[in-house]
Design a protein around this ligand. Structure first.
Ligand code: CU
Length: 675
């Protein structure tokens, strides 16, 4: 049968996030952001020398909201005085127009606020005028420093003479002889500059010796560079003639039995609030709040030019503000709802990030299926999922953050890593720590580690958490042949016990159960976190990066909810002191028994680049799932109707098609009892 779906048009619907007020977890609206800036100015906190490094909703205490108390509407702000490099953390009360909190950020104890966009301009100015840098470039055959693309990078916190307490960036260069040239193909190795952003000085230019600049082009973006385009692809068309099956009420989306509030933050990006599933006429809470609260890209080249290369893309670079404006038909296909996100820039002017969040519904293959020999019946239902996603570009890399909700109660998160690998020159030394991707071009080994913060609310109320491992049962009188299998359940009773490693060989999962709610068989209602169990941070435990990213050394941490515990590497991450965030949160070893539980799950990719990753890397993925376990009384999708057979898009349910379908049924009738 020939489906001739000629209407290949995609559908775009647009909404703006945060256009409602009075709801505790609603994203700050454009008006509210404006008001925050006004209050800051009125209180003398935001003037010509001050910049907003971060602004976001100061989320109220979960317990206060649950108890139905009225909570103040507040914004959290980090300010930087660009004249002296001093920074402050504030809480701005929108109702009273006052500063509810105003404290100094101690560069020694806390670290530095994230790099501002304008500081990249300062870096270009300073480096462009530096003679040491120009001399080093000339030694490499580059006479014009303006033909070098500069990457201003977070400095980390290393025991380097004179660095403590200074606001720093480190700078690497790539040759870009023409504006069209893809510079990552031409790393200028053996050369790095250290810049003090507060005093506006180039502190040091380190030239460890000339290395040849790889010359082969990486210009995949120029048509024809790597040969002609293939001509073999026929169109794939997705149609939803009646629109998508979801609807919005403010920022709350309802789809099938799911409902949740969508939020956005310039640091974390997408935030999902109040994820619940309707069951028997009531919405049952599952997750109070879900986000990817930190992301780390540690590099494994210990050489003098790159030993410090570790990026906290969330805490240091605020990946949420680096969001792409997605394009219909390219980034997203089908019937797409885009959410625009209001954001305040460094001077408090409100901008809107258009098409920042992409929401759509898609077919997800078979949901369940059975052909039964005894009844002669054959049933199949199709799975579908709600996709809520955004994409960011952080320098050379691009990351997609995809949340999937399925009909059967499963929640899945998938990170997509693509873009360009960070490059170096390939020689005998780097060959130990990097792959060669093109002649003379190296890509150092590295990891991409994500930390999900999952503030759980399984059937609301108090919860407990167990680690579940599977295995064989011992041979005994009841198990004579040794074939019995079972599982062991270990209760994690305190925050110290809640620090766990994954173990795929025993199918290790972590089960969060309600301490009170039970299913019809009397079992606690639960959701299970299934990790992929790939490596977490590989650097040595005593390394600088492990001390600053301790969260990433375990697959799981569990904490009793505390409204001040937001980020796994701490509130301030740029040049942060060791052991911030999770190690500090669990220091009191609070009880997890019957608490509101927060799961902190680190997962990621360990990337030994392949030649196939050059000149642009095909998407690689990692993630985790949360699945109901004894949460529903039975398969919650028995009410999913069968899909129309044959060619739905052409509405051609012809006699011939029906006959063919009928014959197919006949052919699977039982012939034996041993199917
Ligand atoms: Cu990578």
């Amino acid at each position: 049968m020939n489906c001739s779906c000629s209407q290949s048009d995609h559908v775009q619907r647009s909404r703006r996030l945060g256009d409602e007020s009075g709801t505790p977890y609603a994203t700050l609206s454009a008006d509210e952001l404006q008001r925050v800036a006004e209050i800051l100015r009125a209180n003398g906190a935001l003037d010509e020398t001050h910049r907003i490094a971060y602004i976001g909703l100061d989320e109220p205490d979960r317990a206060e909201v649950t108890a139905g108390r009225s909570v103040p509407r507040r914004a959290r702000v980090q300010l930087l005085d660009v004249d002296n490099g001093r920074a402050r953390a504030l809480s701005v009360d929108l109702g009273s127009g006052t500063l509810a909190k105003d404290v100094d950020i101690d560069p020694d104890h806390d670290g530095q606020v994230p790099l501002l966009q304008e500081e990249h301009g300062i870096i270009r100015e300073l480096i462009g005028a530096d003679e040491r840098w120009a001399t080093a470039l000339a030694a490499r055959g580059i006479d014009d420093p303006s033909t070098v693309a500069l990457a201003g990078l977070s400095a980390g916190r290393y025991p380097i003479e004179g660095e403590r307490g200074r606001r720093l960036a480190r700078v690497l260069g790539h040759h870009q002889p023409t504006p069209q040239t893809m510079p990552w193909a031409h790393p200028i190795d053996g050369l790095v500059a250290y810049v003090d952003l507060a005093s506006r000085t180039v502190v040091d230019v380190i030239d460890t010796g000339v290395m040849p600049i790889p010359q082969e082009t990486g210009d995949y973006h120029v048509p024809g560079t790597f040969g002609p385009e293939r001509t073999t692809q026929k169109p794939i068309v997705i149609r939803q003639p009646e629109g998508p099956s979801f609807s919005f009420d403010g920022d709350v989306i309802s789809w099938e039995k799911w409902s949740l509030r969508i939020g956005y933050d310039m640091r974390e990006g997408l935030i999902l609030h109040g994820i619940g599933f309707e069951d028997d006429g009531r919405v049952r809470p599952i997750v109070h709040r879900a986000s990817i609260a930190e992301m780390l890209v540690p590099y494994g080249d210990p050489g003098p030019v790159r030993f410090w290369q570790n990026y906290f893309d969330t805490g240091e670079y605020l990946l949420g503000r680096l969001v792409n404006s997605l394009e219909l038909g390219c980034d997203c296909v089908g019937d797409i709802t885009y959410l625009d996100v209001p954001i305040a820039d460094a001077r408090g002017d409100v901008k809107v990030l258009p098409n920042a969040i992409c929401i759509h519904e898609e077919d997800a293959g078979v949901l369940w299926k059975h052909t039964e020999q005894f009844t002669g019946t054959s049933d199949v239902r199709r799975q579908r999922r709600l996709v809520i996603s955004f994409f960011v570009t952080v320098g050379n890399y691009d990351y997609g953050f995809y949340w999937y909700l399925y009909l059967d109660g499963k929640i899945e998160f998938e990170a997509k890593a693509t873009g360009l690998v960070f490059t170096a020159a390939y020689d005998e030394r780097t060959s130990r720590f990097a792959s060669e991707l093109a002649p003379g071009l190296a890509a150092p080994y590295h990891q991409h580690l994500f930390c999900a913060r999952l503030d759980m609310a399984v059937d609301d109320g108090p919860a407990v958490i167990d680690e579940v491992d599977v295995g064989a049962l011992p041979i005994d009188d009841d198990n004579l042949h040794g074939s019995a299998i079972g599982f062991t359940k270990t209760r994690l009773r305190s925050e110290q016990e809640g620090r766990r490693r994954a173990n795929a060989t025993v199918d290790r999962t972590w089960r969060v159960s309600s301490a009170t709610a039970k299913n019809r068989l009397g079992r606690p209602t639960s959701y299970v976190l299934t990790p992929e169990g790939k490596p977490v941070l590989l650097a040595q435990p005593e390394s600088v990066i492990a001390s600053r990213a301790r969260f990433a050394t375990s697959d799981l941490w569990v904490t009793a909810y505390d409204p001040d515990e937001r980020y796994p590497a701490g509130d301030v991450v740029n040049q942060s002191a060791p052991e911030q965030g999770l190690p500090a949160f669990v220091a009191d070893d609070a009880s997890l028994d019957g608490a509101d539980l927060v799961l902190w799950h680190t997962f990621g990719l360990t990337h030994f680049p392949r030649t196939e990753d050059w000149p642009i890397m095909p998407v690689d993925t990692c993630g985790f799932t949360l699945k109901p376990h004894d949460f529903f009384d039975r398969n919650p999708t028995l009410d999913v109707p069968a899909s129309p057979t044959a060619c739905a898009c052409a509405h051609e349910d012809t006699d011939a098609a029906r006959t063919e379908h009928h014959l197919h049924h006949l052919s699977v009738r039982p012939s034996s009892h041993h199917g």
